[in-house]
Design a protein around this ligand. Structure first.
Ligand code: NAD
Length: 476
């Protein structure tokens, strides 16, 4: 804290503002985020370059959801996004809030608008504080496909035929049509469902997963139910290919495949649910389909004490044609060590330079670096919802104890990503320093037994006391 203040970067002694999107939500998390903003951020950081969007039901309803479209467009342009949890109103809430019509979940629009690849969810660890898992658990949840995008209808007895028509310029009567499935429905009542799993971005997901698990020094597992759900085989096969071709040697070198016979291991999803409870030593990563990832990360959160102790971060891809952008920091460092000139550049997933001038040599080979991939668009949020129960307690005037760690990690993630995307090196460095200070101030507060009730029990701090304590520690 002290160093930050004495650095005095702007006239008011604040760190210069980096462009970032800030999405406001609802209920307890909106209230707590506002406290964090006022007590932790605004005293130290100039927020004038942030673009704020209100995704409360009332604001979405009043603007005919223009506010969601604007937020998605701003996120695609700026790349660093923080989002508070939002409410997707149930039928009762539509009435309760007096909304003109039901509102769809904003998350789908965001995952589409930002070409979401994966939602990364990791356990948060505090030195000296024992939570559920001793070492980190890293998770990738495929951000697209599956049950969430399903089309369905309730139908009676009859025949059900699902037909695929290839995307072609000229298409004549049923030519090249493929029957995906044909079945007889002999019940009076049936629900027929169609969904698909897009596979184009699974390679990028796999690179992201393996580079993260390698960097964290944990053992990777790919989770599916492909033994029975045969259509899940490609998800595994793509991971396996990417792993064997690019990562296996490095994982072996680091001794991270000792429990898996020296190979990438597949875990059946039902077995994974049991292992998550048993493997409390942590030190593993899992990559899963969308719905499996949703379920399993809630289980990880619960084993790790509370949804407040897990991060959630949507990794997207810029729409400018570059499939994935890489942060070349580690590779620049390795080139510097070898005395090779280090020009920041961007690379494709296969390690070939993108957007490099013709005179620039193609980027270093993948084998060459412990690569660290940063896509252009990253949205950071908490993994939990709006914590309605605490909000209603708060409205009744009762004390509450909201654990803000997951949401604070999201703000810090967005700040760090804004810094990584910035060309203003000095502001970026100061922003990273601030993030380190804020994280330390929060962790120390937990460490000194001044955590929230989910950690410290009834002797812990209330929502407001915790925010104030961290704020004081940060300003010292
Ligand atoms: P929730 O995650 O808000 O709460 C579940 C339980 O965990 C509650 O008992 C809550 O008190 C506790 N909890 C969660 N986070 C906590 C924290 N940081 N500190 C202390 N306790 C914490 O889920 P819910 O109650 O099922 O949903 C509430 C609302 O949130 C719903 O309207 C739902 O639509 C919305 N929701 C939004 C998102 C999102 O925007 N990403 C995700 C899930 C749910």
């Amino acid at each position: 804290g002290r160093r930050l203040m004495s650095d005095g970067l702007t006239a008011e002694g604040k760190i210069k503002s980096l462009p970032m999107v800030y999405i406001k939500g609802e209920e307890m998390t909106r209230y707590a985020a506002q406290l964090m903003l006022e007590n932790w951020l605004e005293p130290h950081i100039d927020t004038s370059a942030w673009e704020f969007f209100d995704l409360s039901c009332a604001a979405r309803d009043a603007s005919n959801d223009q506010t969601l479209k604007d937020a998605v467009a701003a996120g695609a342009k700026i790349g660093a996004i923080f989002k508070e949890p939002t409410v997707t109103p149930s039928a009762e809430q539509v009435k309760e809030f007096g909304l003109s019509k039901p509102l769809p979940s904003p998350n789908g629009a965001m995952r589409r608008g930002w070409n979401g690849v994966t939602i990364s969810r990791d356990t948060i660890h505090i030195d000296g504080v024992e939570l559920g898992f001793k070492s980190p658990v890293l998770f990738e949840r495929h951000a697209v496909g599956g049950e969430y995008g399903a089309g369905w209808k309730e139908v009676g007895k009859g025949r059900l035929i699902t037909t695929y028509f290839p995307d072609k310029e000229s298409f004549e009567d049923g030519e090249d049509a493929i029957i995906v499935d044909a079945r007889i429905l002999d019940n009076e009542r049936n629900v027929a469902v169609v969904y698909h799993n897009p596979l184009d971005n699974v390679e990028a997901l796999a690179h992201h997963f393996f580079s993260r698990t390698l960097k964290a020094g944990v053992t990777p597992y790919v989770v599916t139910k492909k033994t029975v759900f045969k259509w899940q085989e490609p998800f595994w096969a793509i991971h396996k290919k990417v792993f064997d071709e690019n990562y296996k040697a490095k994982f072996l070198e680091k001794g991270l495949l000792e429990n898996t016979g020296g190979e990438l291991q597949h875990l059946i999803s039902d077995a994974a649910t049991m292992q998550i409870i048993r493997w409390t030593r942590g030190g593993f990563g899992m990559s899963a389909h969308n719905y499996d990832g949703d379920m399993l990360t809630d289980e990880v959160a619960q084993v790790h004490r509370s949804p407040g102790f897990i991060t959630s971060n949507l990794v997207g891809v810029a729409a400018d044609g570059s499939p994935v952008k890489f942060c070349v920091l580690s590779c620049i460092a390795s080139r510097r060590r070898r005395g090779v000139s280090a020009t920041p550049s961007t690379c494709r997933a296969d390690g070939v330079g993108v957007g490099a001038t013709p005179s620039t040599r193609p980027c270093w080979s993948l084998r060459d670096l412990t690569f660290h991939l940063i896509t252009q668009i990253k949205e950071f949020e908490a993994s939990h919802g709006t914590v309605s129960d605490l909000w209603h307690q708060h409205l009744r005037g009762e004390p509450t104890s909201f654990n803000p760690l997951g949401m604070a990690e999201a703000v810090m993630g967005a700040l760090s990503h804004a810094a990584d995307l910035s060309k203003d090196e000095e502001t970026a460095r100061k922003t990273h320093e601030y993030v380190t200070c804020l994280r330390r101030a929060m962790h120390n507060t937990f460490k000194y037994g001044q955590g929230t009730w989910d950690m410290a029990g009834p002797s812990g701090l209330t929502t407001e006391q915790f925010v104030e304590k961290v704020g004081n520690r940060l300003s010292k």
